[in-house]
Design a protein around this ligand. Structure first.
Ligand code: AMP
Ligand code: ZN
Length: 469
């Protein structure tokens, strides 16, 4: 197999991905700030982060993914005050809306969703360590990180430190993007703000601090992958590096993976611009979440995506083609003769080509456009082969098994429950075909896959029987 290559913002190069510990990947994704329903731009970012994790798993790696929930921040405090609620009560429905939107888009759950308000102790400890290493100073009850104490500050975003503004400090959670400045770690208490009584004084954490504290607590001082959209490169991720490496003296993250924005009329979709769509609004326009999933997936993460209803119509049409192909395959698997006239020219070559092209595309920095292109070429070629009577029932089962192999990555097949038994029968048929061809590596792989789906096989003289564990 070729290498999986990922574009690493730190080096500005596509690099072969090699995890720190063989077989295991630890990954952190910046999550939502819960003061509104997530819009489909946020969801685009969460979707490709999940896709990356799914593909790493496809490649046989075990992945631990952490995504934070920012539940204390300037806008949250402002809105909660306006609503006369505490921040826990105010954010609760938005935390639920976040999880609901992910589920609708078939984004799998991360292993941990730590919340900022539950990590105050760890954040305070981090600031204390930074202070003991000389990276901080205090002013008016707040604690700041002095960027000039870290010689390689700016290495991710490649911003220059503006030495003329040595004393210029920034305290807001919304930062300017141009110049590096001392940033706040711990904010002194203000009236009408939630606060914690800590050794740093009474106050609350700055926004950047939570990601360093949670990531290192749950994933270790150095871990493999950190994801987010490009707007987070500076200052958020630059400051995460400063806080973490300033504390440990070790590299914080090995691969920084950033995705481009979802735009609308060439402008970034954002809550502050008010040009947003939520998943509910997309559904009210008559599209289902799977069409949105397809539309978002069809553009690779490092390409800007201009959102249009045309892209949803195209997605709908593409999904319909997939569905009718699946139905046709079911028929062939049931009704075609077991050995079609020229079966050797049928399924195997098509399957090999498809899986090869799929992997090649995904290995190239998750080129989802290429991977979907491979899928539709496969469907077209298989349809012609069926038309020509070159696909036997066992070829059809093999094609179903190949589709099932990529399904855990793309997760685009409709009505998945409907054909669960047929999927299992198809995997068993593919395994028996592999055994017959003395391809024991493949038959073992399929047996393991069935095992992972909770299926027990029993080979009897009358054929293979199966039951659920
Ligand atoms: P927020 O809830 O604003 O903290 O954002 C959550 C995630 O969505 C972050 O990784 C942001 O960078 C990302 N994000 C925000 N706007 C967009 C957009 N228009 N397109 C893609 N990602 C976005
Ligand atoms: Zn973050």
């Amino acid at each position: 197999m070729s290498d999986l290559k990922l574009f690493n913002t730190l080096t500005r190069e596509k690099e072969p991905f090699v995890p720190l510990q063989p077989g295991e990947v630890r990954m952190y994704s910046c999550g939502p700030t819960v003061y509104n329903h997530p819009h489909i731009g946020n969801l685009r970012t969460f979707l490709w982060s999940d896709l990356l994790r799914r593909y790493l798993e496809y490649r046989g790696l075990r992945v631990t993914q952490v995504m934070n929930i920012t539940d204390v921040e300037d806008k949250i405090i402002r809105n909660a005050n306006a609503a006369g609620q505490d921040i826990r009560t105010y954010t609760a429905p938005y935390v639920d809306a976040f999880h609901d939107s992910l589920a609708k888009l078939r984004i799998r759950k991360a292993d941990h969703y730590p919340r900022a308000t539950e990590y105050v102790t760890e954040m305070v400890a981090l600031v204390q360590q930074l202070t003991s290493r000389g990276h901080t100073y205090e002013a008016d009850g707040s604690t700041y990180f002095r960027v000039a104490t870290l010689p390689d500050y700016g290495k991710l975003s490649r911003v220059e430190i503006d030495t003329s503004s040595e004393y210029s400090r920034i305290e807001a959670d919304e930062y300017e993007k141009e110049s590096a400045r001392d940033f706040v770690l711990w904010k002194a208490k203000k009236d009408n703000e939630p606060s914690w009584q800590t050794p740093l004084g009474e106050g609350r954490p700055g926004w950047h601090l939570e990601c360093s504290a949670m990531a290192m607590d749950l994933l270790g001082e150095t871990f493999d992958i950190h994801t987010g959209a490009v707007d987070l490169i500076f200052p958020h991720h630059e400051n995460e590096i400063a806080q973490s490496e300033g504390t440990t003296g070790k590299p914080f993250v090995r691969y920084w993976v950033h995705g481009e924005h979802l735009n609308i009329d060439a402008q970034k979709m954002s809550k502050s611009l008010g040009n947003i769509y939520t998943i509910r609004e997309i559904e009210e326009m008559g599209y289902d979440a799977l069409a949105l999933r397809y539309a978002l997936l069809s553009v690779p993460h490092r390409t800007k995506l201009n959102f249009t209803t045309q892209s949803l119509d195209d997605a709908k049409a593409a999904l319909a083609r997939i569905e009718s192909f699946l139905l046709r395959l079911d028929d062939v698997a049931k009704s075609a003769p077991h050995d079609a006239a020229h079966a050797d020219e049928g399924g195997d070559a098509l399957i090999g080509k498809f899986l090869g092209e799929f992997q090649e595309a995904m290995d190239d920095d998750l080129n989802t456009a290429g991977a979907l292109g491979a899928l539709f070429t496969f469907i077209r070629d298989a349809n012609s082969a069926i038309d020509a009577g070159r696909i036997s029932a066992s070829d059809a089962a093999g094609i179903q098994a190949a589709l099932m192999k990529v399904d855990p990555v793309l997760d685009l097949f409709p009505a998945r429950e409907r054909n669960l038994d047929a999927e299992i029968e198809a995997l068993i048929a593919a395994r028996n075909a592999a055994r017959k061809a003395r391809n024991f590596a493949e038959s073992d792989r399929l047996r393991n896959e069935l095992d992972a789906r909770g299926i027990l096989l029993e080979d009897t003289p009358a054929g293979t029987r199966w039951r659920r564990k």
